[in-house]
Design a protein around this ligand. Structure first.
Ligand code: FRU
Length: 515
């Protein structure tokens, strides 16, 4: 039975989307069907299709009582909207159906586990109680389980705060066992994050197994949106510390102040249910940024067919998500799906291969000699897939040092004379910088970040995905990724290359025909 609230949301979105034209949306990045989108949810492969749900407020392009929007795809590039899947329509989720994930049950049904938020009159600070709930469906309609909530404050360890208890990440462990990790702030010691691990034999009845991980260093106020998965012999815990202090290292910013996404690799003890992250003298545990750009949060990782691990995230710094005109029809977009892999113990990313099927006209230049500013015929536009390889023209040897023939390389995109977003590479310091402060005419926009990259003696490989209002830059085969949204007016289309000194570039720019 569909509730009044869900029916209202479904009717509304069906009407409202008619007034949104294709040109209001990015070409190959998912937005809400209408209104507001934040975290990706329930990313799954079910019934032969990829399903992607998202935190959704259909009625306005601002955050509001959370619904789950729903879209499906057969290739992770083109998405079709389905009717909204969940609305906040029960006593236990009336204040919002918060983030969660999804798994296929042994009986072939799709199970969604999400956080139900509800008023808590006993909380002096007026916060919501957060409990884990289940809905079961056929890929189109979902029925909330009659015994919801299935994981409550009674299932929390001592000292845990039931108002900060959310974002279950569920997976099948073995043929008929389920596990889920849920983020929680423990009130002991002024609040440390603990990731609570639960287990179940049927996906419906849950018991606490362990605390998978506790952040004894108190990084940020709490970590939300956990993912826990295994690639080869590496177990990976990924989550979002909120309100972190900035962390700097080697002249670059490891983490800027604010909300970030980080990951740790390590071992998992099946018997104690504990994750043991790798540590080092400097960082204990050893956690790294997942993305080194300006807009990346709340990622969700899918263990997909053919042994692929595919990640998708909210392409937005939550901090800046309230700066827009609330009367626009759409706000929020997801990253392009990225395949994860491990190289020398580090998590690397590449855009899923399906995108290359949509490549159209190629503009290709070999051995372009860069010296000063260069503009290339046919290399411009706001929707493109670009591969670029740079090397110094020469490396000479002084008596005491190797010298590169250039000192700085930069690409400006969404550019005209005064407006641009700049990606720059310093081959001496081995750093890259993204700077979108000049991306909107007549105003300074927040956003600059510098990141250390591997020293490759002045050679650099880039894959750049541009899609109207975003750029995702994959550096050196995905060792690092920089993601940023852009509010640059669409008519600003230029791309230019700047080089202090002499370097050689090969570039292929592909049009993408996704319509
Ligand atoms: C992360 C988050 C989640 C929560 C959801 C609510 O962006 O705050 O922790 O479930 O958004 O929309």
């Amino acid at each position: 039975m569909i509730s009044e609230e869900l029916k209202k949301a479904r009717d509304f979105e069906e009407q409202a989307e008619k007034s949104i034209s294709e040109s209001d949306r990015p070409v190959y990045h998912l937005t809400a069907r209408t209104g507001w989108l934040n975290d990706p949810n329930g990313f799954s492969f079910f019934g032969g299709k990829y399903h992607l749900f998202y935190q959704y407020y259909p009625y306005k392009s601002v955050w509001g009582p959370m619904h789950w929007g729903h879209a499906v795809s057969s290739d992770l590039v083109k998405w079709d909207y389905l009717p909204a899947a969940l609305a906040p329509d029960r006593e236990y989720d009336g204040s919002g159906c918060f983030s969660g994930s999804s798994v296929t049950m042994s009986n072939g049904k799709q199970l969604i586990m999400y956080t139900g938020c509800s008023d808590d009159p006993s909380d002096e600070r007026g916060r919501w109680k957060q409990q884990q709930c289940i809905a079961i469906g056929d890929g189109n309609d979902y029925e909330k389980y009659e015994e919801n909530p299935v994981i409550t404050e009674d299932d929390l360890p001592d000292g845990a705060d039931p108002h900060e208890f959310r974002d279950p990440y569920i997976w099948k462990s073995g043929a008929s066992r389920y596990r889920a990790v849920v983020a929680n702030a423990n009130e002991k010691n002024g609040g440390t994050t603990q990731m609570c691990l639960y287990k179940s034999d049927d996906g419906l009845h849950w018991r606490r197994e362990s605390v998978l991980f506790e952040d004894s260093l108190k990084t940020g106020i709490m970590w939300e949106c956990p993912n826990f998965f295994r690639i080869g012999s590496h177990f990976i815990l990924m989550a979002c510390p909120m309100d972190m202090e900035a962390e700097e290292a080697e002249g670059s910013v490891r983490f800027p102040k604010g909300n970030n996404e980080c990951y740790m690799t390590g071992l998992f003890d099946e018997y104690t249910g504990e994750f043991m992250p790798q540590t080092s003298g400097d960082f204990n545990p050893l956690y790294y940024p997942v993305d080194c750009g300006l807009d990346f949060y709340a990622a969700q990782v899918l263990a997909a067919p053919e042994n692929r691990y595919i990640m998708i995230a909210w392409m937005q710094d939550p901090e800046n998500s309230k700066d827009h005109d609330p009367d626009i029809k759409l706000y929020g977009q997801l990253t392009f799906p990225r395949e994860l892999f491990i190289k020398q113990g580090k998590l690397c990313q590449k855009p899923v291969r399906e995108l290359t099927q949509y490549r159209g006209t190629e503009t290709h230049y070999n051995n372009v000699r860069l010296d000063g500013e260069t503009v290339l015929d046919g290399v411009s536009g706001r929707v493109a897939d670009i591969e670029l390889r740079l090397r110094p023209e020469a490396i000479t040897t002084d008596t005491d040092a190797r010298k590169l023939s250039y000192d700085r390389f930069a690409i400006r995109f969404a550019a005209d004379k005064d407006t641009y977003t700049e990606f720059a590479y310093d081959p001496h310091a081995s750093t890259v910088t993204i700077d979108r402060t000049r991306s909107v005419p007549g105003k300074i926009v927040a956003g600059e970040r510098r990141t250390k990259v591997r020293n490759r003696e002045g050679s650099l490989d880039l894959r750049i995905l541009l899609d109207r209002s975003s750029a995702e830059i994959f550096i050196n085969d995905g060792e690092q990724v920089i993601t940023t949204t852009l509010q640059t007016p669409p008519e600003i289309q230029g791309i230019s290359f700047l080089c202090s000194g002499k370097a050689i570039m090969n570039i292929s720019k592909y049009e993408l025909n996704v319509e």
